[in-house]
Design a protein around this ligand. Structure first.
Ligand code: BGC
Length: 467
């Protein structure tokens, strides 16, 4: 049977605001998501991350559960405003916040689970947003982000060997500053490009700091996680092939080409023109090559054609319907997601051929349609999620064993049902059902499926007698 190499890491991912709750406990300061959720109409069910899965208090149980799932690694994010409640470089560090994450990390390690730590999964300290406009203010935010990163490298770098600077800058820029559906809720056609620039610069300076001052003594790796749906041309016509490339440029290339090639994609330059923020030579020197690996979040594939009205995707029409009228795959609870493993395989090949870096799949997962209206007993038999993971895991296995794409790790999204941002609690992505009334966790069949699949599909380490 084809197998992944013995050093392949797998596990599940979460993010601070989606699971921790206890927003005012332990000295935490508010983030832009607390403020956004407080605005009526922003979150579908009127909820917030105030309680979430209560993981700030239940973290020991969570680690125990992770252990039963057989994972080798766990990806989670740090809440900046738990560590520096007011966020800035001259603001005090909160020792309770540091102690909380330190205990979690040590507990993971004690259980043989490797931490993958995301520094920024969208929860900017509200104080920085109010003080100077947060991500819009280059001079301030880059320094404050780098200071925050430094505090984290100092506090945890002896035990954390895998760092992710940002999670999905696309979501921050487009959903947060262009469409206004995520915090901080701005609607603009210039701000997303300013934020694009500042996020990348902050990332690159944090990486520079890590490489210059910590990497050698701490021995870790650091990179950024970008997200991309594979873009499948509707058919082979030149317009559709070109549209598919444009879709990738707008979703991924706007970040990846800068970081790995030092330039914006041509189609982005042509369409955005002088709203693009140019990089100085000194800035580019810091940005170029500023990731040790390619961190990828991916959920689906879109069928694309030219002729749409949305500038943020490069004016594409996107959908799931193929020319013969069939759908790509099983529909999820969210409109933007259908199951289609072959697109994942093609995307992995594209990334390897284009950017030539080992890949960590830092998120991949599925929300079963109407899972929220099922009883717990029904919901835990999540056949559509199993079908999804089966499809995607096999596609990845083929990419690694047949196409020789160096995928080093895989994280299912998510370990727990949790606060699904603007969708609130109605959309469930977890392999663990969370009964929000009691905070009890119920493993779904998909958790067992992935444990079995990875047990069978990772080579056993060479034993002493083989050496
Ligand atoms: C994000 C997660 C989110 C998931 C499902 C990703 O874009 O990183 O925070 O819950 O998708 O929507």
């Amino acid at each position: 049977m084809a197998q992944l190499p013995s050093d392949f890491v797998w596990g599940f991912a979460t993010a601070s605001y989606q699971i921790e709750g206890s927003v005012a406990a332990g000295g935490r300061g508010p983030s832009i998501w607390d403020a956004f959720c407080a605005q009526p109409g922003k979150i579908r069910d009127g909820s917030s991350g105030e309680v979430a899965t209560d993981s700030y208090r239940l973290w020991r149980e969570d680690v125990e559960l992770l252990k039963t799932y057989g994972v080798k690694a766990y990806r989670f994010s740090l809440s900046w405003s738990r560590i520096i409640p007011l966020g800035g470089r001259t603001d005090p560090v909160n020792s309770e916040g540091i102690a909380f994450y330190r205990a979690l990390i040590e507990e993971l390690l004690k259980n043989g689970i490797e931490p993958f730590v995301t520094l920024y999964h969208w929860d900017l300290p509200q104080a920085l947003h109010e003080r100077y406009g947060g991500w819009l203010n280059k001079e301030e935010i880059v320094q404050d982000y780098v200071n925050y990163a430094k505090v984290c490298f100092e506090a945890f770098g002896d035990v954390v060997k895998n760092w992710i600077t940002h999670n999905e800058p696309w979501a921050v820029t487009i959903l947060g500053y262009e469409k206004g559906v995520f915090a901080p809720g701005h609607i603009s056609n210039t701000e997303p490009w300013i934020v694009n620039h500042n996020l990348i610069l902050a990332h690159a300076h944090a990486v520079k700091l890590y490489r210059e001052q910590y990497k050698e003594k701490q021995g870790g790796q650091i990179g950024i996680t970008l997200d991309c749906h594979w873009q499948l041309p509707y058919d082979d016509s030149p317009e559709n092939l070109e549209a598919a490339q444009r879709g990738i440029d707008f979703k991924l290339g706007r970040f990846a080409d800068l970081i790995y090639k030092g330039t914006y994609p041509e189609s982005v330059k042509r369409i955005i023109g002088d709203r693009l923020v140019e990089y100085t030579t000194e800035e580019l020197a810091v940005v170029l090559g500023s990731s040790d690996f390619f961190g990828l979040n991916t959920y689906t594939t879109q069928v694309v054609q030219p002729g749409g009205t949305d500038e943020s995707n490069g004016f594409l029409k996107t959908g799931f319907t193929l020319p013969d009228g069939s759908q790509l795959g099983t529909q999820a609870h969210v409109p933007w997601l259908q199951t289609y493993g072959p697109g994942f395989r093609t995307l992995l090949n594209y990334l390897w051929n284009t950017y030539k870096l080992p890949i960590y799949v830092t998120e991949n997962g599925f929300a079963v349609k109407n899972e929220n209206s099922l009883s717990i007993e029904e919901a835990i038999h999540d056949a559509d999620r199993i079908e999804y993971f089966h499809n995607y895991a096999n596609a990845m296995l083929q990419a690694v064993t047949e196409d020789k794409v160096p995928v080093k790790g895989y994280f299912g999204w998510s370990f727990l049902d949790n606060f699904e941002w603007a969708d609130g609690y109605q959309t469930r992505f977890g392999v663990t059902y969370v009964d929000y009334a009691t905070q009890k966790r119920y493993p779904k069949d998909s958790a067992r499926f992935l444990k079995k699949w990875f047990t069978e599909h990772i080579e056993a380490p060479a034993s002493d007698s083989d050496v």
